[in-house]
Design a protein around this ligand. Structure first.
Ligand code: GTP
Length: 425
């Protein structure tokens, strides 16, 4: 067995993932190389689902603040109704319905950032509605209502799984909107309240960003571990397939080995018996091969066997027919569905194909080149005219024996009445 073919290939992917897992201990968030794109693609569907699920909830909560508007900015209540129900809600509903219908687009790798952009713009728009109320209200309670931005910060940074850098942008935008509405408010905020509110919102942004960062790091790590498992499984499947191929192949000639031939023939036989279809077997033997070895040397003998195997494989119907090395200088071919006449034609083609290779055989008493003798046996109705696959191989073998007894370099069909070739009962 070829040891090199058995060696585990070093998977670039696993190496890259291991490096990324190690690197995951530093503060950087982006994954190296193509892993970043793969990660974003992998979570695209989750992000899309999350946008829809929490988007509707956020819209309901946003409008529930009409109650707070009534309590803390009573003079702006009807404007609030207009802004919340007449402006933002149709916008939000439109965006959510569009996102629902555009799943394929929003989960396509080129458009992945659009989901983040939707969250960003919607969050800023919601905050702008509050800013409008706070800028214009003369209600003394409204100065405390600036803390309302907290809810939007929680939604945009924590509830939505937007990328960390988008979350940073979102948080900075929220602080800017707050500062704008605090400085421009009709009712000026007391200095102490201004500082306290800013401190409160800044702390909320920083802490929720820290949580967002940790969650995203953990999500990325989980993705890497999952990809690693996948890559390992794929690699294992590849190695298994290679092992299977190697265990089925003849090392010298590359055609199937005898064990694989047995398994394959049994399958073909059972299928043919079920379908009442014919099966033929060819048995081939290189003529005067001992003399060839003795004259040309064993390495030349090996090369000769490789050429003969190739000639056989070239002259049967790939991939329907099956060629195997039966042992030594003997080969066998299984021809599913081939009638006796077809099998004889194929056998003749194979015999001629070996001769056409024109391998000089100066030690042969029967030809100047390497030749083969071929025995052919067919079961027209497997299970009826021949009890089992082994018996069919035995018949092909006896036909080969008969070919060898003659002039060699010929095709011989199995004949039960041939003297000395009767089957054991
Ligand atoms: N080079 C080489 N020779 C092999 C291999 N396997 C079997 N042989 C040789 O094949 C020869 C088969 O010789 P025999 O069975 O006497 O048959 P033959 O000389 O071909 O004579 P006929 O079959 O009667 O034409 C033996 O000398 C084996 O050593 C192999 O893998 N490589």
């Amino acid at each position: 067995m070829n040891a090199a073919a058995l060696a585990l290939p070093t998977s670039h992917q696993i190496v890259a993932i291991d490096a990324a897992l190690l690197r995951g201990r530093d503060w950087r968030i982006a994954l190296p190389g193509s892993l970043e794109g793969e990660y974003r693609q992998a979570i695209a569907e989750h992000r899309h689902q999350q946008l829809l699920r929490t988007g509707w909830l956020a819209l309901v909560i946003f409008n529930s603040f009409l109650l707070v508007d009534l309590l803390m900015a009573r003079d702006m209540f009807w404007q609030s109704v207009a802004v919340r129900l007449g402006l933002f809600t149709p916008f939000g509903v439109g965006v959510l319905i569009w996102a629902q219908r555009q799943k394929a687009l929003l989960t396509h790798r080129v458009w992945l950032d659009v989901t983040d952009l939707i969250v960003l713009v919607s969050g800023w728009a919601a905050a702008a509605c509050l800013a409008f109320i706070l800028l214009n209200s003369r209600d003394p309670m409204s100065i405390y209502y600036h803390a309302g931005y907290m809810v939007v910060i929680l939604y945009g940074v924590l509830v939505q799984p937007v990328g960390f850098l988008w979350a940073v942008l979102f948080g900075l935008g929220m602080l800017s909107i707050h500062l704008w509405s605090a400085w421009g408010a009709h009712l000026p905020l007391p200095h102490a309240l201004q500082i306290s509110l800013f401190h409160l919102l800044l702390s909320a942004v920083v802490l929720s960003l820290a949580a967002s960062y940790l969650v995203e790091k953990a999500r990325r790590r989980r993705f890497l571990l999952m990809r690693r498992d996948q890559a390992m499984t794929e690699q294992l499947a590849e190695v298994n397939a290679t092992l299977r191929r190697l265990s089925q192949a003849d090392v010298l000639t590359g055609v199937a080995n005898r064990r694989h031939f047995r398994e394959h023939l049994q399958q073909v036989w059972e299928r043919a018996a079920g379908e009442n279809a014919p099966v033929s077997v060819l048995m081939l033997d290189v003529d005067h091969f001992k003399a060839y070895n003795d004259h040309h040397g064993h390495p030349a003998g090996d090369a000769c066997l490789q050429i003969v195997a190739a000639a056989v494989a070239e002259n049967v119907r790939a991939p329907i027919d099956f060629v195997a090395r039966y042992g030594g200088e003997e080969f066998v071919a299984v021809l599913p569905g081939a009638t006796h006449e077809v099998a004889l034609q194929v056998a003749e083609r194979v015999r001629q194909g070996v001769m056409d290779k024109a391998l000089p055989h100066s030690a042969s008493p029967t030809a100047r080149v390497v030749t083969v003798s071929v025995g052919v046996a067919t079961s027209a109705r497997p299970g009826t005219d021949c009890p089992d696959a082994d018996r069919l191989v035995g018949r092909a073998d006896r036909a080969l024996y008969e070919a060898k007894r003659g002039t060699r370099n010929r095709v011989q069909a199995f004949r039960d009445e041939t003297p000395g070739t009767q089957e054991p009962s």
